[in-house]
Write a protein that binds this ligand. Structure first.
Ligand code: GTP
Length: 199
């Protein structure tokens, strides 16, 4: 069975718990995450997959699993910023740049489908600090796919982003070496003991 690993990155408070939204279809306003890895078995195009979604852990892992490790291990990335917080766009820019630097060697087709830039909190349009065009420009500059959405209000759009990210990661996975790629969960568990969550 294949593993697909997607990292959800972005600064604090941008809404990375859209992972939980995707898995549960529910928006949980204040979600205290005790986990940085979420696992789910699913069928994609008739094939069983182990999906691993992970986000930077704000607790004891911080500083141990570096963003470089995450970039190295992931098959795809969802980089989130908050449209009502300009500083989160700057943080997203640094992350996307870092991913590009690490993945310079990727085939062009891989590179283009690797990163999904998501402007979250679209429901807060009245407090907008980042216009849509700025997000799109950043996405164009680093060849990302771009979406604006509200994790709070747009489940379908959240699902669409994950589904596209999965499809891209799966296509990439088909082209890479068939085995030998370590599961993120296994790697982290090996180093730090168990701390994973199935949703
Ligand atoms: N209005 C609005 N609020 C949102 C949305 N998505 C998340 N939030 C709120 O933003 C705050 C932070 O959301 P989280 O998902 O915890 O953000 P995070 O990126 O996981 O934050 P850290 O775990 O601190 O890194 C919470 O109060 C959420 O309810 C959205 O689409 N619209």
């Amino acid at each position: 069975m294949n593993d697909i690993k997607i990292a959800v990155l972005g600064s604090e408070g941008v809404g990375k718990s859209l992972i939980v939204r995707f898995f549960t279809k529910r928006f949980i306003g204040e979600y205290a995450s005790s986990s940085c890895i979420y696992r789910k078995r699913l069928t994609l195009d008739g094939r069983q997959m182990n999906l691993e979604l992970y986000e930077p852990c704000s607790q004891s892992f911080q500083g141990k699993i570096t963003i470089n490790d995450q970039i190295h291990l992931a098959d795809g990335f969802i980089v989130v910023y908050d449209i009502s917080d300009r500083s989160s766009l700057l943080a997203a820019r640094s992350v996307v740049k870092l991913i590009r630097e690490h993945r310079l060697g990727s085939a062009k087709r891989d590179a283009e489908s690797l990163i999904f830039l998501v402007g979250n909190k679209h429901d807060l349009c009245h407090m907008r600090e980042v216009c849509r065009e700025e997000g799109q420009r950043l996405a164009d500059e680093f060849r990302c796919q771009f979406h604006e959405l509200s994790a709070a209000e747009h489940y379908q759009e959240v699902a669409l982003v994950f589904s596209k990210a999965l499809q891209s990661a799966k296509a990439k996975e088909r082209r890479r070496r068939p085995s030998g790629s370590k599961s993120v969960a296994r790697l982290i568990n090996n180093v730090f003991g168990k701390r994973r969550k199935s949703v």
